[in-house]
Design a protein around this ligand. Structure first.
Ligand code: ADP
Ligand code: MG
Length: 233
């Protein structure tokens, strides 16, 4: 589904991503971990086409993202870090706007479905600025899902949510994973065995671990020292 090959991204002299490679397929939920500043958000921006990479290639369904960007963007749902939303819009108007931008044909049905899936019925007509963090996050996830994308990229989807809201988002991710390839960035290690079947850890823009949650558990338990533990928690 998604093949990321040796991507690098520099900001001036600074290497934010350094030769990063990985793959995800339908059914995968990949936990993308690393400390603050590791390069998670930058990687997601490059994969979604929001930023250009300086080196390497990204393919979705064997198509390079730069060859047919409209196609690749139509296959990706993206929850950006910090969930930027139009605060004076209501969730309904905002989702309607997203449908127009994405040229979704049956927009009424698409909006109805995500409002129901994300349990936004009660707040769909109030200004987004009046909503709690948990509801704002749900609106952000709703816009990422509205075109039924096969690849879902969620930047810190549970960050700042209370335990119940975190539980709800994780439950939703599990449900969605049956028919999609999902990447979630997080700096919470506990989240990985809960929802992910794969795990990739980066530091200073470089891959430092790739494997299953079990392999990660073994590694932390046996060979890796306190420094690594600190790095990934
Ligand atoms: P993470 O999401 O893992 O916390 P980021 O991808 O946001 O990390 O940032 C990785 C590094 O790249 C950080 O040191 C950050 O300051 C730097 N960086 C990110 N975006 C820019 C930018 N637009 N210009 C310059 N430096 C940037
Ligand atoms: Mg980030």
């Amino acid at each position: 589904m998604l093949e990321v090959k040796e991507i690098s991204k520099n900001f001036g002299e600074f290497k934010a991503i350094d030769q990063l490679s990985f793959n995800v397929k339908i059914g995968d939920v990949m936990g993308f971990l690393g400390p603050n500043g590791a390069g998670k958000t930058t990687s997601m921006r490059v994969i979604t086409g929001y930023l250009n990479s300086d080196h390497g290639s990204i393919k979705i369904n064997n198509k390079d993202i730069n060859v047919d960007p409209i196609y690749t963007k139509s296959t990706i749902g993206y929850l950006p870090e910090g969930v930027p939303l139009y605060l004076d819009f209501s969730p309904y108007l905002y989702l309607d706007y997203v449908c127009q931008v994405r040229e979704i044909k049956n927009s009424k049905n698409a909006i109805k479905k995500v409002i129901s899936d994300l349990q936004l019925e009660d707040v769909k007509d109030v200004p987004i600025e009046t909503l709690s963090k948990g509801f704002k996050r749900r609106v952000g996830i709703a816009q990422a899902l509205i075109h039924n994308p096969k690849l879902l990229i969620l930047d810190e989807p549970t960050d700042g949510l209370d335990p119940l809201q975190k539980f709800e988002v994780r439950k939703l991710i599990k449900k969605l994973s049956k028919t999609k390839a999902i990447i979630i960035s997080t700096h919470i290690l506990d989240e990985v065995p809960e929802v992910c079947n794969k795990c990739l850890i980066i530091n200073n823009g470089q891959k430092i671990f790739e494997g299953t949650p079990n392999q990660l558990k073994k590694k932390i338990g046996k060979t890796l020292d306190e420094k690594f533990r600190k790095l990934v928690s």
